[in-house]
Design a protein around this ligand. Structure first.
Ligand SMILES: Nc1ncnc2c1ncn2[C@@H]1O[C@H](COP(=O)(O)OP(=O)(O)OP(=O)(O)O)[C@@H](O)[C@H]1O
Ligand SMILES: [Mg+2]
Length: 314
């Protein structure tokens, strides 16, 4: 696997320019999964294909490749030697008991803190291809987060400013991307809230006056306003009423189907994982103990720990 250091990064400004050229959310656009797949270059190291019958799927590269991800807090092992990939348009689930390192994985992928040395994180987007994202400078990480990575936290207090309006929270992301025109900030925020199935007549309300389900929709609107390639979801429906939970899951599913956004969703709820995730990784004590297709892992768990987890939920 090729890795790079920040010294290899040719021009953070070219990354910035490529990002700024992207358009805002647009309902009428074709599904980005098609764009994503179409924009995937053949593997750099691959030899020219000599067989015409080579299966198409085999050459599809993952959008995200994570290797040897680790994080220690003093003597506490939060994450240790975690490897996974996420393919364009797929939903990857992460399950595991409390304290198994699930949220830490998402925080690391969102550059909220650095991992232990030796971890690599790659994303198959033109400007970043072949780079180890953990080695990018602060500016490039910020650009990547603004334009290509969205996150929804379990606790909306982490993801939202409770004293700003809901539309203001979404607009904040657009402002970070350089948008200054008020009418445009407002219309794009409104559109993003609508796509997240937030009742737009409440867009001027403060999040603290909204229900938990609505707050999660504001977080979602903020996360997807710039159509990220990767959406990180940390227990997005935990704590919500079951019926509200189902509605939020429906919204996520629709977004994934229509836009083909790649999602990594953390949940301790196997029902959520079963409904949304194509593949799942099971974590315990910071390590991956099992991974595979969701149906396979949940129907026929191999690791003793997964068996326990599945049976506890029956
Ligand atoms: N900032 C921190 N400082 C010290 N220890 C931390 C920190 N963040 C996480 N940890 C520790 O890392 C381990 C994994 O935490 P993490 O929050 O990733 O677990 P989790 O799988 O998301 O759990 P939960 O299901 O309860 O949300 C825990 O032992 C936790 O105490
Ligand atoms: Mg957590």
């Amino acid at each position: 696997m090729a890795t790079s250091t920040s010294a290899d990064i040719s021009g953070a400004e070219s990354i910035a320019r490529a990002n700024r050229a992207r358009s805002y959310i647009n309902f009428d656009e074709p599904a980005p999964m098609l764009e994503t797949v179409a924009s995937l270059a053949p593997p750099v190291t691959a030899q020219p294909a000599t067989r015409l019958d080579e299966p198409r799927l085999v050459t599809t590269q993952p959008l995200v490749v994570v290797r040897n991800l680790a994080k220690h807090y003093g003597a506490v092992t939060s994450v240790a030697g975690v490897d996974f990939v996420a393919y364009p348009g797929e939903v990857l689930g992460i399950v595991g008991e409390s304290g198994s390192g699930k949220s830490t994985v998402l925080r690391l992928l969102n550059f909220e803190e650095p991992p232990d040395e030796g971890a690599t994180y790659q994303i198959n987007i033109d400007a970043y291809r072949e780079l180890n994202l953990f080695d990018l400078d602060r500016f490039s990480k910020r650009e990547l987060r603004i334009y290509n990575i969205g996150i929804v936290y379990q606790n909306s207090h982490h993801g939202l400013r409770m004293r700003n309006t809901s539309s203001g929270n979404v607009a904040e992301r657009l402002i970070l991307a350089g948008e200054r025109e008020y009418s445009r900030l407002r219309s794009v925020s409104k559109q993003s809230l609508a796509v997240s199935e937030f009742p737009v007549d409440r867009m001027d309300d403060l999040p603290m006056r909204l229900s938990g389900g609505m707050q999660q929709r504001v977080q979602l609107a903020k996360a997807i306003a710039l159509k990220p390639k990767l959406l990180l979801l940390d227990e997005p429906t935990t704590g919500l009423d079951v019926s509200v939970q189902a509605l939020v899951l429906d919204t996520l599913k629709r977004l994934q189907r229509q836009w083909g956004i790649t999602m990594i969703i953390v949940s301790h709820d196997l029902g959520v994982i079963r409904m949304l995730a194509d593949r799942v990784i099971v974590m315990r004590h910071g390590r991956v103990v099992e991974s595979g297709l969701t149906d396979q892992v949940l129907e026929d768990p191999q690791a003793a720990y997964t068996q326990q987890l599945v049976h506890a939920k029956l």
